[in-house]
Write a protein that binds this ligand. Sequence first.
Ligand code: SAM
Ligand code: SF4
Ligand code: SF4
Length: 338
Amino acid sequence: MSTLLDTLNRPIRDLRISVTDRCNFRCVYCMPREVFDSNHVFLPRRELLSFEELERLVRLFAEEGVRKLRLTGGEPLVRNDLEQLIERLANVHGIDDIAITTNASLITPARAKGLRDAGLNRVNVSLDALDDDTFKAVNDVDISVQTVLDGIAHCRDAGFDDIKINMVVKRGMNEDDVLPMAKYFHGSGHILRFIEFMDVGNANGWQPDAVFNAQQIVDTIHNALPLEAVEPNYAGEVAKRWRYTDGGGEIGVIGSVSQPFCGDCHRARLSAVGQLYTCLFASMGHDFRSLLRDGSDDDALRERLRAVWSHRSDRYSEVRASLAGTPIKKVEMSYIGG
Ligand code: SAM
Ligand code: SF4
Ligand code: SF4
């Protein structure tokens, strides 16, 4: 079978699956309380793709080239029995890597072990500050830094050896925590990845001057802990790699705004209700749930995927500047996952 490529010759390799639109945090840059308040209507259970439906889609997507899965949300660990889903997906032919992105606040020792036993390969933990007041101001639900650090420790104890820490940096929110975070994870064996604040969705009121950019992040760290650039692990790696010259390990910097990387983007995102988004900044998804639920056969689903991907031309980050000022309705991050 021919390799499925988009109009810019990019294959589909990674699938990010949002398993829920709910979250126990209200991070100010993602689910600000003013928007995601008690009046916000979250998806009812029946609307979410079932584990059977997800397994079927992943099997077909794997046939078209998908190798890596990332479970995300919302907070993926608020979805009941997530371990059962992981077990199913780990057995799909062609899938060689399953990762999760989580705020880690719900990870107990038993949950960490359950995730590992189910076949989860990697964990990315989001932590935006080491200072408790700053972190609580970001998550807006009074969860302490220690809760997240405990979650990381439980994952390590359960045998996960590739745990990355993700820190979104927003000017005026947490740029003063860049260096303390770097120092804390220096020498820990965990790769800390800094992520520029992005204009995903419309709820967070993004403005260009709120971006503390990749160069500023590197300079802040380099002045105290000297860094040198490292070659990427593979083409299309989104994080630029930097190594501490004193042997204290490495960091990653994801400059989605200042250093766009659409050229190698082989990621697709599936919302919890089965809409496929071919770009993080898309305003529209492509419906797969109706086909899953109307008795369509595998060929019909395959055909839809091939039609969607072969027409894909997304490169939003590369054309962002030229769109400045154009109002665009974009899907929220908590809906399609990071
Ligand atoms: N709840 C999980 C978590 O926070 O890890 C998974 C979902 S969350 C939407 C996935 C990632 O997206 C997190 O690392 C989060 O910090 C990041 N994120 C959310 N909104 C963002 C934004 N506007 N810019 C950059 N990263 C963002
Ligand atoms: Fe929840 Fe993750 Fe968004 Fe924070 S970044 S509100 S933890 S989904
Ligand atoms: Fe991929 Fe869209 Fe991000 Fe470009 S802007 S890297 S196409 S998700």
